[in-house]
Design a protein around this ligand. Structure first.
Ligand code: URA
Length: 243
C-alpha cells in the first residue's frame, strides 16, 4: 500500500480535515504502538497500522465494510426526518468518511443492515442483477395459514407492479413466517403480506445470502466489521428455506 503522512492517513480514516488531524497530532492525542507521535511529515505504510486517537484504538481500513443489527425507530436515510439515522449508532469517524447503508430497511424493521464507504460494493450489492437472497422473519397480525404461505409462493399482485411478485416462504409458528426475497421493492414484505390478506406487525431481516444474524450474534444496536470470510458469505445462498 502507498505510504502516506500520518495527518493524511488520519484524514482518510474520518478524523476530520487535514488541519484538524495535524492539530490532534500536535496535541499529543495520537499514538502508534503506545508511543505518542508528534511528527506528521514522515511517510508511513498504512497497511495493518494500529493507532490510537484520544486513547481509543483503531486499525487502518482502506474501505469500511460493516454490519449493524438495526433496531426499530432508526432511519436508513442520510437525512432522517422522524427518527435518528442509523449512522448515530456508529463511531463518528465512520460518518465522516461517508459510510452509508447498503439499501434500506424501513424505520420499524430490525435486523441485518450492511454499511460501507465503498461505492462499488454498495452498487454491486444493491444491483437488481445481483439477486442476493435476503431472509426476513415477519410477525403477522392474523394467524399464518398454509393458504397465506401458498399465496406468497405463487405470487401476489401489488398496485404498482406489472406482474405478480412471488417469494420463497414458510411458516415458523402461528404468527411468524420466513420470507426470502431476491428483489428489494419498496415495503415489499409488508405489501406482499397485505396483498395476501394479512398484516405484518414486525419485520426482522435475519440473513443476507449466507450471512446470518444468528452466527454474528449481534444484539440490536450492535455492529461489527465484516471480515473477508463474512464478505464471502454474501454470495452464498441462505440456509433455511429451500427453493
Ligand atoms: N420489506 C419491507 O416491507 N420492509 C423492509 O424494511 C424490508 C423489506
Amino acid at each position: 500500500m502507498k505510504k502516506n503522512t500520518l495527518d493524511k492517513i488520519l484524514q482518510s480514516q474520518g478524523f476530520g480535515t487535514r488541519k484538524g488531524c495535524r492539530h490532534l497530532i500536535r496535541e499529543g492525542l495520537v499514538a502508534i504502538g503506545g508511543e505518542v507521535v508528534n511528527e506528521f511529515r514522515e511517510d508511513i505504510d498504512p497497511e495493518g497500522l494500529v493507532f490510537s486517537v484520544e486513547g481509543e484504538e483503531w486499525t487502518f481500513m482502506e474501505k469500511v465494510y460493516l454490519v449493524l443489527n438495526k433496531p426499530r425507530d432508526y432511519e436508513c436515510s442520510r437525512a432522517p426526518s422522524h427518527h435518528p439515522g442509523v449512522l448515530a449508532l456508529l463511531p463518528d469517524p465512520f460518518d465522516l468518511r461517508d459510510v452509508q447503508p447498503v439499501g434500506r430497511l424501513d424505520h420499524d424493521t430490525t435486523g441485518l443492515l450492511l454499511m460501507s464507504d465503498d461505492g462499488s460494493f454498495i452498487h454491486a450489492q444493491s444491483s437488481p442483477k445481483r439477486q442476493v437472497p435476503k431472509v426476513y422473519v415477519a410477525t403477522t397480525h392474523d394467524p399464518v395459514t398454509p393458504e397465506l404461505v401458498g399465496k406468497l409462493i405463487s405470487g401476489v399482485k401489488l398496485d404498482d407492479e406489472p406482474a405478480p411478485l412471488s417469494a420463497r416462504a414458510r411458516m415458523i409458528d402461528d404468527h411468524r413466517m420466513e420470507v426470502v426475497l431476491e428483489q428489494g421493492k419498496y415495503h415489499q414484505v409488508k405489501r406482499m403480506l397485505a396483498a395476501a390478506g394479512n398484516h405484518c406487525t414486525a419485520l426482522c431481516r435475519t440473513a443476507i445470502g449466507g450471512l446470518t444474524l444468528e452466527a454474528l450474534g449481534l444484539e440490536e444496536g450492535e455492529w461489527c466489521i465484516l471480515e473477508p470470510e463474512h464478505l464471502a458469505l454474501l454470495v452464498k445462498s441462505p440456509a433455511g428455506i429451500t427453493a
